[in-house]
Design a protein around this ligand. Structure first.
Ligand SMILES: *Cc1c(COP(=O)(O)O)cnc(C)c1O
Length: 385
């Protein structure tokens, strides 16, 4: 048995060894293990310093002020805090939220819960590429719209949104603009000031940091009002209580510093790998592009294979770790709601695979994938006729 080729970086990335090394300094008795909220001794101050230095590393990547970063348990919690915390705090100004049908479940399910709570949600349908246009957003805006939530990079398709233009429309109607940027860190440049982003969700483990840590960027000027969802010691300026996990936070900080330093070079290398795969697939035939390659990050490629069934294809590709949809709905055999959302016909959606590449993907990985795909498709298609 050979080691599988890992092409599921959009589900999670391995922790970069340099990140793991940093994290190891904040766990054991000979390291900085104290509670960063302990103000009465040196060990606590050292832990606080580690947390604050990571806060700056995360802020720097998105050109924010460190005081605008709120630590969370991941992008899921950041999305929950952004949507629920904001809508509840701004109830008196309006009850209307605009989002799209192809957001991550962390946004979709939170918006559904808000509907049950009495808020109104407009669900925008994206174009064939998976994008919402500024003109389409303008149509949906109302006098009582207080928040717009749209993702930077779609986790299933890789398609990139024009964030600055969407922010401009939101602001023209007096609404704030939230962006789920879990898939964007290290993949596209992010500048909250220049792009006009008011709230932004971030995750550690999509960018070679650890799982179980994330952050919400919350604009300070003009200051946004958020109602806390988790109550306790009043950590994170009252927005998110709970003892800060120093090792996770230091790891996310280091991962984001590496993304700032190496993200662009990573993406250049990954573009060449993606193109190598596309070239190799060229002569196979019967392949549909769910990803609009020119409008997407190079590290995510979603393809549909005509004349085969997705589950059989996945079985035949046992040695390649990849997803048929996003990891969050791979337990069911229903076609992905994202592919449905962009109008991919059911049989093709069921025969779609998401290839996602990353920092440690090699040419050998791509060639092994091509061999396996050729073999699998030939076998399955021969059986089908
Ligand atoms: C992975 C992901 C999330 C969830 O992030 P966690 O840190 O795992 O909670 C949210 N949004 C998008 C777009 C993602 O890809």
């Amino acid at each position: 048995m050979s080691v599988p080729v890992y092409l599921d970086y959009a589900a999670t990335t391995p922790v970069d060894p340099r990140v793991a090394e940093v994290m190891s300094h904040y766990l054991t008795r000979d390291g900085i293990f104290a509670n960063p909220a302990s103000r009465s001794h040196m060990l606590g101050w050292q832990a606080e310093q580690a947390v604050e230095s990571a806060r700056r590393q995360v802020a720097d990547l998105i050109t924010a002020d460190p005081r605008e970063i709120v630590w969370t348990s991941g992008a899921t919690e950041a999305d929950n805090l952004a949507l629920t915390g904001f809508m509840r705090a701004n109830r008196a100004r309006g009850r209307h939220l605009v989002t799209s049908l192809v957001e991550h479940k962390a946004v979709v399910d939170t918006a559904l819960a808000l509907e049950k709570e009495g808020f109104e949600v407009t669900w925008l349908t994206p174009d064939r590429d998976g994008r919402i246009s500024p003109a389409q957003l303008r149509e949906a805006m109302r006098d009582d719209t207080v928040l717009v939530s749209l993702m930077a990079v779609n986790n299933e398709l890789g398609v990139i949104h024009d964030l600055a233009a969407l922010a401009e429309v939101s602001h023209a109607f007096g609404a704030s603009f939230h962006v789920d940027a879990a898939q964007a860190v290290g993949r596209i440049p992010l500048d909250v000031g220049r792009m006009g982003i008011d709230l932004m969700s971030l995750s550690g483990h999509k960018a070679y940091g650890p799982k179980g840590v994330g952050a919400l960027y919350v604009r300070r000027s003009p200051e946004l009002r958020l109602e806390a969802l988790i109550h306790g010691g009043g950590h994170e300026r009252g927005m998110r209580s709970g003892t800060l996990p120093t090792h996770q936070i230091a790891g996310m900080g280091e991962a984001f510093a590496l993304a700032a330093a190496e993200g662009e070079a990573d993406q250049t290398r990954i573009t060449a790998l993606r193109d190598r795969l596309l070239e190799g697939l060229g002569d196979l035939g019967g392949i549909h592009y769910n990803t609009a390659v020119d409008a997407a990050v190079p590290n995510i490629l979603n393809l549909a294979f005509e004349g085969v069934e997705g589950e059989s294809l996945l079985m035949a590709l046992r040695d390649i770790a990849l997803s048929t949809g996003s990891a969050c709905n791979s337990a069911s055999v229903e076609p992905s709601y994202v592919l449905k959302g962009i109008g991919v016909p059911r049989p093709l959606a069921l025969a779609s695979l998401r290839f996602s590449f990353g920092r440690f993907t090699s040419e050998t990985d791509i060639d092994r994938t091509l061999d396996a795909l050729r073999h699998a498709l030939n076998g399955l298609r021969r059986r089908a006729v």
